[in-house]
Design a protein around this ligand. Structure first.
Ligand code: PNS
Length: 172
């Protein structure tokens, strides 16, 4: 009997909001693993994020239709505990420029310290997304009132809506 083990990967982040860089990393993960669970961090307080956790989940979810093996949910608490709850043995993180490395390295080491059975795997997005970050997107769209094509259509609409009501002042 040939019993194959499914490999479930967790792709965690704040996703405030999800960008095309995130979606590029997600596509790569979906082609490597049996199942990918996008895990949206609820964070400590909704005041820290532009979009609340349920909006961030929705903005990701609307972009998952092209992937048969991806789902999204939100989590609070420790990432390793959520990975265990989901049966994930891999944590995916996107790595762009070298400047990401220090923070990612610390986080991966801490997660390994907490649970050595969970492996962190770094995936590089296409180089056209190397400088895409949710933080910069918010500055460009909300502070600069300019638009970029670095976010999916539903995020673009959500950012336009925030600008229309001038809701984003504190988050750019
Ligand atoms: O997109 P981000 O903001 O870089 O994602 C960071 C995130 C949510 C993956 C990280 O803050 C996290 O894992 N938070 C859960 C708390 C935790 O497990 N901390 C210990 C690992 S260092």
């Amino acid at each position: 009997m040939n019993i194959q083990r499914m490999t479930i990967a967790l792709y965690p982040g704040t996703f405030d909001p999800v960008t095309k860089g995130h979606l590029d990393v997600l596509s790569r993960a979906c082609s490597l693993f049996d199942e990918v669970v996008v895990a949206v961090s609820e964070g400590n307080s909704s005041k820290d994020t532009l979009f609340d956790a349920s909006e961030r989940v929705r903005l990701v979810e609307e972009n998952l239709k092209i992937h048969k093996n991806a789902t999204v949910s939100s989590f609070s608490g420790l990432l390793v505990d959520y990975a265990l709850e989901k049966g994930a043995s891999v944590v995916i993180r996107g790595l762009r420029a070298v400047s990401d490395f220090e923070y990612e390295f610390q986080m991966a080491q801490m997660n390994r310290h907490l649970d050595s059975s969970i492996e962190t795997i770094f995936l590089m997005p296409n180089e056209k997304y190397f400088y895409t970050s949710s933080q910069l997107i918010k500055q460009v769209h909300l502070f600069g009132k300019r638009e970029t094509d670095l976010v999916p259509q539903n995020v673009l609409s959500a950012l336009r809506e925030i600008n229309r009501f001038d809701r984003g002042k504190d988050h750019s």
